[in-house]
Design a protein around this ligand. Sequence first.
Ligand SMILES: [Zn+2]
Length: 275
Amino acid sequence: MTLGFIIIFSGFGLIFGSFFNVVIYRLPRALDHNLSGNFPKKSLLTYLSYPGSHCTSCKQSISWFDNIPVLSWLFLLGRCRFCRTLISPIYVIVEVITMLFFTYSYWQYGFTAETFVWTTFFSIMILLFFIDLQSFYLPDILNYALIGFGLFFSYFGLTGIDFITSIIGGIFGFLSFFLVNFIYRLWRKRDGFGGGDIKLLAGLGSWFGVMSLMPIIIISSVLAIFFTGIMLVLGSKYKMTSMLPFGPFLVLSALIVYTNLYLYSLPMMRFFYVL
Ligand SMILES: [Zn+2]
């Protein structure tokens, strides 16, 4: 563990965070385009790579020195160099969060396969969190990557659960939300959860095992209810009937479960893991 490597991993985090911003912005638009039936359909890779970085307001392309993570945004005081339109601080937040998770992974696991395993996990979590928050999408490609990596890394004993637990976790994750949604539909006569939430829960089951599904579902529901309550108190235009993206709450509860399993045993979680 040297300071040099900590700086290198922080740098990697910033660069990946900068790339994640591109994915968070473009992937939902690519899905919209391909779902809308407009032709020509393009591959997701084309969407992610073309055109180059540009201001979403005035379309001016952004040169490399205006595209340095965090620093350029600070230097330009959060505005486009050409049209002075405000650039959302979300871009910087994504870069900083990615940097923190990458640095944490190296700090926690050092130069090991686990560092790669958990940076992969945190990266998918960051992408799903911000895409669902902004666009109400949990793209299949990310959910399937989560499920695939969970099974793959568990097979090689790198996730803390064995392969069988991972498979059962995936299957039960899929079934449990399916069941919740079925009950919700009987009650409210419409879907409460998107198909994306079901696949995300299957993915989390494949990473944390079947025994972690109950805490993930309960904690995410509590967080969602708590958040809805705050929004109602603040008197926003938010209504109970409007769509609330559930993915961000699943991501947050997955991070709490990770903390409980691999960092500190949280007292509030003991109830779930008595067996
Ligand atoms: Zn501009």
